[in-house]
Design a protein around this ligand. Structure first.
Ligand SMILES: *Cc1c(COP(=O)(O)O)cnc(C)c1O
Length: 230
């Protein structure tokens, strides 16, 4: 099941890339395994996937205890300061950085773990109340300056979640905004901010069209999540 799903998703990514002339090797597929077991992660791993995303620090931590660095972990959820140690311990990337106190705490914990933590800034790119993230372009520039001062943080990109709508143009607008912000940062000299983490099961093809370099795909790979299980 999972292996078939993965084949289908990879085929769609390849087809979209071929259609618009992008190289699919430049796009990282992150399998979002939240609410799924380490057995399911192993199935996806055996089918060829190496990158996995989790949105709860403790769930990531316990899966890391089982699988360790056999796979590459991405933390993609809201992160509370008191759980930063779990994310820093396990994750190669933290996608969801949206406060300066969090940046500071990640730097501190990374120092303790003797690592340089790769992070992305989560940007709010739609009006939707429920979406979190940094709200203005000025604020993003402030974060970039702060990250540059901290030696255990490496800011590599921007992340967003598109609005929950079936209006493709609304979704596209949100992705375009993130891409332009990245390009503006590059023009101002911040050339290491390359990654655009955007696109989920319902909108990854639009995200590819708008320049995504990291896709976070869950249900198209693992099936519907059953929250009542936990
Ligand atoms: C759950 C989640 C995803 C994956 O969602 P699907 O619709 O299942 O692909 C992507 N990004 C974030 C931040 C998530 O929490």
């Amino acid at each position: 099941m999972i292996a078939d799903n993965i084949k289908l998703v990879l085929r769609k990514i390849d087809a979209k890339c071929a259609e618009i002339g992008r190289n699919s090797n430049k796009i990282k597929l992150i399998a979002v395994s939240k609410n799924f077991s380490t057995d399911d992660i192993n199935r996806a791993f055996d089918a060829g996937l190496k990158e996995f995303g989790e949105n709860k620090a403790q769930e990531l931590n316990s899966k890391f205890d089982v699988l360790g660095n056999k796979v590459t972990w991405h933390f993609i959820g809201h992160l509370q300061s008191n759980k930063v140690k779990f994310a820093v311990r396990s994750a190669e990337y933290i996608h969801s950085v949206d406060s300066l106190s969090l940046v500071k705490e990640i730097n501190k914990k990374s120092e303790q773990f003797s690592k340089v933590q790769k992070i992305l800034l989560q940007v709010k790119t739609s009006e939707e109340e429920t979406k979190s993230g940094i709200e203005s372009e000025d604020e993003v520039f402030g974060f970039v300056d702060r990250c540059n001062e901290l030696s255990n943080i490496e800011l590599i990109g921007l992340m967003t979640i598109a609005p929950y709508t079936d209006d493709d143009e609304e979704i596209r607008k949100s992705f375009k905004y993130l891409c332009k912000l990245r390009d503006d940062l590059n023009k101002k000299g911040f050339k290491n901010i390359k990654e655009l983490s955007m696109g989920m099961t319902s909108d990854f093809e639009i995200a590819i069209e708008e320049g995504a370099t990291m896709l976070r795909i869950g249900s198209a790979i693992f099936g519907q999540r059953n929250y009542s299980k936990n």
